[in-house]
Design a protein around this ligand. Structure first.
Ligand SMILES: Cc1ncc(COP(=O)(O)O)c(C=O)c1O
Length: 464
């Protein structure tokens, strides 16, 4: 038995109680028959029969360092036994240690001094980033990407492109000016990568040519939008990585017109792409950077942001500007500090091993692509990998097959090395037809073989 189950309640009863007594407003009920899990360890989730499910989504990239990572668990237990609760009116050693550690690691990478600020989740730090921008620039407006996702609070929703999230609630803040993401497989301008001549970035630059383009006054050199919030790689948008040159050229335009770059590393940070921060793959320095999810390896709600000193110095972002009772809860902070120790000690190994394992995983995905005409595209960076599920023309999005693949994996009746198992998958993308492949960073070559084999079994069952 891999887990110690503290309750004997059956899966059917769990669902029955949930149906009756829990709000359906979260995302559980996207599924008709939500899966019940009882345990987790390393790369696996376990159901009531102790069947292992290889997990290729890792709590939406919140557990990069593996389920029940022993170092993080031990640190949390130590914190539970010493100072588990503390009002955010006071500080405790690990909060200061964490800030110093993170800010110096960031300074080493980006060459700029900054400070850390904490809150409880990704959406909440998006809100805090909005405050930092508005406080500094005295303007409201943001640019954001079509397909970008920054959380579902009202403020974060106004920067998240999907209308579905705003449809019923309207918006209190100013809705962002949404810019097409360089999604080369489905170019928003209908171009071909080899002949587009970087049309997308030129199109963005053209908006500043005249006041009649509605965002900029060339006489006063004032832009209505003072910040651009960007995921370096679209997460919920389908694990789409921009071409290598993109962010450098974007940043040049932003610098020319005095527009801040807010980088959202909530999903892609913490070595997901083989670099501590995904934006490092593109060689630009953010003004503000948000992070969450794997900062605690999924252990306790804690998130944060880093901002360059000029935006966050104590006389600029003054006491009380942002706060939550749980914003720097000692357990979250302690988990984050241990994660940063892991990152510090093992960073060089991650930088070497993730690209190697990623290339190995991609070999398997390319093999599947050549075998199944329903895979239109495969790609990604590091362990932020993607597989576009399409009709047989290898282009028309096929959400039905993508959904069926996830359901099939959750049945728990696949086999590997003669043993029953399952596969946990997630999807994303503009058409929700992309299987996003997000393993833990310690996934072994053998587990990658298993992942490809299980994907093969699923595709074979569903495309016969
Ligand atoms: C890039 C990005 N930003 C922000 C968020 C919001 O984070 P949270 O779910 O912790 O509010 C998410 C969540 O998926 C995300 O992927």
């Amino acid at each position: 038995m891999i887990y110690t189950n503290s309750t004997t309640i059956t899966d059917e009863k769990v669902r029955e109680l949930d149906n009756e007594w829990t709000s359906w407003g979260d995302t559980v009920h996207y599924s008709k028959n939500p899966k019940v899990f009882r345990g987790c360890e390393g790369s696996y989730m376990f159901d009531a029969k102790d069947t292992p499910y290889l997990d290729l989504q890792m709590m939406y990239s919140s557990c990069n360092f593996g389920y029940k990572n022993q170092r993080v668990t031990n640190a949390v237990i130590d914190q539970m036994n010493t100072l588990p609760q503390l009002t955010p009116k006071f500080i405790q050693p690990y909060k200061s240690l964490l800030s110093e550690k993170m800010a110096t690691m960031i300074q080493k990478r980006f060459g700029v001094k900054g400070r850390m600020h904490y809150n409880v989740g990704g959406a909440q730090v998006t809100e805090d980033a909005i405050k930092i921008v508005r406080n500094y620039t005295k303007r409201q407006g943001f640019f954001a990407f079509q397909g970008g996702y920054h959380g579902r609070t009202i403020g974060a929703t106004s920067l998240t492109s999907s209308f579905r999230y705003r449809e019923k609630y309207g918006h209190f803040g100013d809705r962002a000016n949404f810019v097409p993401f360089p999604y080369c497989f489905r170019c928003p301008y209908g171009m071909k990568c080899d002949s587009c001549d970087r049309f997308c970035i030129k199109q963005f630059a053209r908006q500043f040519e005249s006041e009649y383009k509605a965002i900029y006054d060339p006489k006063t050199r004032e832009c209505e939008f003072k910040a651009f919030i960007a995921e370096p790689i679209l997460g919920t948008g389908g694990y789409i990585d921009a071409p290598k040159w993109y962010f450098k050229e974007l940043k040049q335009i932003l610098d020319e017109y005095g527009i801040m770059l807010v980088v959202d590393e909530v999903q892609m940070g913490m070595y997901r792409t083989g670099k501590l921060w995904a934006i490092e793959n593109y060689g630009v320095v953010p003004d503000v950077m948000t992070f969450a999810k794997s900062i605690t390896n999924g252990m306790n709600p804690m998130a944060g942001l880093w901002a360059q000193e000029k935006y966050i110095a104590p006389d600029v972002f003054t006491p009380g500007s942002a706060h939550s009772t749980y914003c720097s809860n000692p357990i979250g902070v302690r988990a984050a500090y241990e994660v940063m120790n892991i990152v510090d000690e093992e960073g060089a190994v991650f930088e070497r091993e993730i690209p190697r394992k990623s290339a190995y995983f991609m070999e398997g995905l390319n093999h599947l692509k050549s075998k199944y005409k329903f895979i239109g595209d495969v790609g990604g960076i590091g362990f932020a990998l993607r597989m576009e599920i399409t009709e047989a023309d290898r282009y028309t999005p096929n959400k039905t097959l993508c959904d069926a693949m996830q359901e099939e994996g959750l049945k728990g009746d696949l086999t590997y090395n003669g043993k029953k198992c399952g596969l946990v998958l997630n999807n994303g993308g503009f058409y929700k037809n992309v299987i996003t492949l997000v393993p833990q960073l310690y996934i072994t070559d053998k587990e990658i073989d298993m992942a490809i084999d299980l994907l093969d079994q699923i595709l074979s069952r569903l495309t016969k």
